[in-house]
Design a protein. Structure first.
Length: 382
């Protein structure tokens, strides 16, 4: 049996195929990697608005009187006491501090929560939660196979989202939705969750809806956003967009043998919390000195440094590239790398197909995210 016959579909898979999406295997799903092309799709999100089918992500609902304290003991950031509608970026670690996954934790109600994990780690995180589930007080409901997820990203995302008929009486709520918050409402086939986060560095939103509503929403957004230049966007542009603002990607900047302190998301690690899985290891690592760190590299020679390329100083290995590509916005080859913490400056090189190509450490991030204020406000470039 071929690999493609074992791949999962989303409610939008047939639409992607019928409208020119180039389909590839990704995290067990058949997903569109591009439509018109990476450069055009990247520019569409930076300048206008784009739609992403990210239904492959995992959605695990948690409820019960013990849910708040239980989740807080499994993640690095603090979730106790946050208000309903608040979203917190998090990492979930092993006892040794290695990252099992990074994720979003939503508080939907007094005793109801939502954990959104990466598609590639869905089975692992689901199993981890089951393994650590207390005897009572907490219930899990994995609705990943029943939930479609559409991301609306770009400077015109707010304008487009407010044109959806189902949100007509919620426009003031959507317009005032703050970064990393969410609202819920009843849609045609069941509850919708509308949140304002994103993975592109642009102003944007996500729609968590029942599978039955997905195609109608997708097509309505395309029709209502025609004058805005809306377009479907594939996984390839999603990667270049997140790369330019230096958002971590699991399997690259984050792994089970990389701690959140090394990955540069220490701001999401609250070591003053009384306890969480991996805390003791992370406290020791911080006290001893974090051995590695993520840096931004500008490739000053000719070539593209891809994941796994060796970073060298005076011929000695000092790290590895975690992500690298040609930046469509900045028009030059760039890379993120996990290097020895002692490396801060000096002549560096990256091994590209056996050639030592010059590179240098530059300021983090490559581009500032444009997520908190006016969707079309100016961003700072290095």
């Amino acid at each position: 049996m071929s690999e493609s016959t074992n791949l999962k579909s989303t409610p939008l898979t047939d639409w992607h195929k019928q409208h020119g999406g180039k389909m590839v295997p990704f995290a067990g799903f058949e997903m569109p990697v591009q439509y018109e092309g990476v450069l055009a799709e990247h520019a569409c999100v930076r300048e206008k608005v784009g739609l992403f089918d990210i239904t492959h992500m995992g959605e695990i609902f948690v409820s019960g009187p013990g849910a708040e304290a239980w989740i807080d003991g499994l993640v690095t950031n603090r979730v106790t006491g946050i208000p309903t509608g608040k979203i917190v970026y998090n990492a979930m670690c092993r006892e040794d501090g290695g990252v099992l996954d990074d994720m979003l934790v939503y508080r939907l109600g007094e005793i109801e929560w939502l954990i959104v994990c990466n598609a590639s780690n869905h089975a692992k995180i689901s199993g981890w939660l089951e393994k650590n589930l207390p005897a009572d007080g907490v219930d899990l409901d994995d609705r990943s196979d029943k939930t479609a997820l559409i991301a609306v990203q770009g400077p015109d995302s707010r304008e487009l989202l407010c044109r959806l008929e189902a949100l007509a009486d919620k426009v003031p709520d959507v317009e005032s939705l703050k970064f990393y918050t969410a609202l819920t409402l009843e849609g045609p086939a069941g509850r919708w969750i509308v949140s304002r986060t994103g993975y592109t560095g642009e102003h944007g939103y996500e729609l968590y809806v029942p599978n039955e509503d997905a195609v109608a929403i997708w097509e309505e957004l395309l029709v209502r956003g025609e004058d805005l230049g809306v377009a479907p966007i594939g996984l390839a542009a999603r990667d270049t967009l997140r790369f330019e603002v230096c958002y971590c990607l699991y399997g690259h900047e984050l792994e089970e043998d990389i701690s959140p302190l090394e990955a540069g998301i220490g701001w999401a690690v609250k070591l003053k919390k009384e306890n969480f899985v991996g805390r003791e290891a992370l406290v020791r690592q911080k006290a001893d000195g974090v051995p590695r760190r993520i840096v931004c590299l500008e490739i000053t020679g000719r070539g593209i440094a891809r994941q796994g390329a060796r970073v060298l100083r005076e011929g000695r290995d000092v790290g590895l590239v975690t992500s690298g590509t040609f930046s469509p916005s900045l028009k030059k080859p760039l890379a993120m790398a996990l290097v020895d913490s002692a490396i801060s400056e000096g002549d560096l090189a990256v091994d590209i197909r056996g050639r030592q190509i010059e590179c240098r450490i530059i300021s983090f991030p490559f581009m500032s995210a444009r997520t908190k204020g006016d969707p079309r406000s100016e961003r700072t470039l290095p």
